[in-house]
Ligand binder design. Sequence first.
Ligand SMILES: Nc1ncnc2c1ncn2[C@@H]1O[C@H](COP(=O)(O)OP(=O)(O)OP(=O)(O)O)[C@@H](O)[C@H]1O
Ligand SMILES: [Mg+2]
Length: 277
Amino acid sequence: MLTLSQVNKRYSTGDHALVGIDLNLPRGQVMALIGPSGAGKSTLIRCVNRLVEASSGSIRLEGTELTQLSGGQLRKARRAMGMIFQEYALVERLTVMENVLSGRLGYVGFWRSFLRRYTQKDIAEAFRLLERVGLSHALDKRADALSGGQRQRVGIARALIQQPNLLLVDEPTASLDPKTSRLIMRLIRELCNERQLAAIINIHDVALAQQFADRIVGLRAGKIVFDGTPQELDAQALTTIYGEEEWDSRLNAEAGEKPPTDLQVLRPLYLTTGEAL
Ligand SMILES: Nc1ncnc2c1ncn2[C@@H]1O[C@H](COP(=O)(O)OP(=O)(O)OP(=O)(O)O)[C@@H](O)[C@H]1O
Ligand SMILES: [Mg+2]
């Protein structure tokens, strides 16, 4: 459903953030995109939704060439993509319900959205979604009174009320504790299954990626250096993606947050099970 062919992105600063990316994402597939900081993960998903313009290459969604669209056509194409990004933060002074309904703004036209008039159907769907993400008790709470995990649930419901067929998710678990991170990833995974949504999820936590994705793509310096199943992501693949030095320091940093653990023991545990975290 989503096909990237020879996508390159060079920022005006000269950074070559994406180099010849070829990627095909079938309907319903949940793909985790991992890689060191600066590898190009955010750039890749931003090129798909056109927050960032690819320098060259083709990006097709359901047969439509996204890189050529503008104006109304681009807005229409974007409706098919649910975005869960830090940049699409909640409107703090609005309630949970209003934040979710704001996901319909791309549909209702200028005056209706200006007056924030939503149809009964939209409101009923917002109720259903908020129940599904476990927030039906907090419909009238203002966004600024929510916890990090609750905010992320509102963001998920807001993305889904657009009825997308692709979810673009940038670091959904940044700043969440390990348990909440797992709950959020599980929720995204289940919703993708229920609605046959494809997803690209940028995530730093390798164990969570392994636990919840169908497929893992590793980026390094703008290139795809790994593309396989969670089971295929072994220590060697991780070294290819993160490099020996970075990978070791990453493990050290994570080990530092836990009771003292022998690194030799931690490594295989960490690689095989998300529950180890
Ligand atoms: N707006 C921008 N202008 C110039 N260079 C940029 C811009 N955004 C990103 N870059 C550069 O492009 C490269 C890829 O950045 P990107 O944000 O895509 O990485 P990332 O994999 O998402 O990293 P992180 O894990 O830290 O979020 C980096 O070298 C970065 O400095
Ligand atoms: Mg990023």
